[in-house]
Ligand binder design. Structure first.
Ligand code: TXA
Ligand code: MG
Length: 323
């Protein structure tokens, strides 16, 4: 089924073709520096509805509108001083800002899932940048995987997860950051971290001061952080965290130089203990370890700072009880 997908190298011609497809309402998978996105014209209701359908994504979970730069974002959201400071420092790059929709916002209301806010991001990947400039409209793009599954960091992953409904996959190689963008809500009284990601909390707080934490899942107000769905990023196998030892029918996702022996299969996120390398390897390694002949995936402890915050967030969701 996925084999019908057209995977192409991101030549100028291919990017122009992808832009034409998006402008006519089709969906295109594109590389970003974080993960592959499933892109469609954010101003086209049918295209945005098609994204929800292709992913099997709940309609209450809003999408990010991707733009080439801050000027393009400010055409659709109420731009603020804090947004400007963050964009100056982190854009283009793995940071998503949730802001109020402008009254004349051209982005489909479906993209906001009924909220009066819109998430905007300017990705730094050169293929994404070229595509956005060629489309000339904001592009709605969630991660290009079935909802709840492991995010794609290579073109082949997109083909494994999504079949019909995607016109074209632009192959930009491996995504260098490997975890999704950090999502910050700037409409609250205090800037609030909705999802840890590729821009570290420490780096953001160094620019704008302390971030509030998103309300925990299930508490009143948690509806404001619709992305905080508990089970997510889940391989088929159960995931066991903070493993210090491992059984012979388990796969082991190790981190750092000290690796417990005895696993059926071991991959190391970063033998040197480098967080950037670990983030870039995370999703691809989870996919490789997800073998039906094994009983589960054991994951070594990973420090909870810097990119470790995003890595541990994804791993906790991968280990959460499945719906
Ligand atoms: O790195 C990324 O952000 C990737 C690449 C493709 O850009 N995209 C991505 O999209 O991860 P997605 O749809 O998988 O995750 C978007 C997150 C979700 O947690 C969603 O709930 C949140 O952003 N979000 C989007 N719009 C929002 C809004 N208006 N208010 C609050 N959260 C929002
Ligand atoms: Mg996603």
């Amino acid at each position: 089924m996925g084999l019908r997908l057209d995977i192409v190298a991101p030549t100028d011609d291919a990017i122009a073709r992808a832009a034409d497809l998006i402008r006519t309402g089709a969906l295109v998978a594109l590389p970003t520096e974080t993960v592959y996105g499933l892109g469609g014209d954010a101003t086209n209701d049918r295209a945005v509805a098609g994204i929800f359908q292709a992913k099997g994504r709940p309609q209450f979970n809003p999408l990010i509108a991707h733009v080439p730069d801050a000027a393009a974002a400010a055409q659709h959201v109420v731009w603020t001083d804090v947004a400007e400071v963050l964009a100056q420092r982190f854009w283009p790059g793995p940071l998503t800002l949730v802001l109020s929709r402008r009254a004349d916002c051209a982005v489909s209301l479906l993209c906001s899932a009924g909220l009066d806010t819109l998430a905007v991001r300017s990705p730094s990947h050169p293929v994404a940048q070229a595509l956005l400039r060629a489309v000339g409209r904001p592009v709605a793009a969630p991660s290009a995987n079935r909802s709840g599954m492991v995010s794609p960091t290579q073109a082949a992953h997109v083909v494994q997860s999504l079949g019909a409904g995607v016109a074209l996959v632009l192959d930009g190689g491996r995504c260098p950051v490997g975890v999704e963008s950090t999502v910050i809500d700037l409409t609250a009284a205090q800037p609030t971290l909705l999802r840890p990601g590729g821009a570290t909390r420490e780096a953001i707080e160094a620019v704008i001061g302390p971030l509030a934490r998103a309300p925990a899942v299930g508490t009143p107000g948690a509806l404001h952080a619709p992305g905080q769905l508990e089970s997510h990023y889940a391989p088929a196998l159960p995931v066991r965290l903070d493993a210090l030892s491992v059984a012979d029918d388990e796969a082991l996702l190790a981190f750092g130089p000290d690796v417990p022996g005895g696993a059926a299969l071991t991959l190391n996120l970063s033998p040197a203990g480098d967080m950037g390398e670990a983030a870039a390897n995370l999703f691809a390694m989870l996919r490789t370890l997800d073998r039906p002949d094994l009983r589960g995936i054991a994951v070594a402890p990973i420090p909870d700072h810097g990119l470790g915050l995003a890595i541990n967030d994804r791993l906790r969701r991968a280990a959460a009880p499945r719906p």
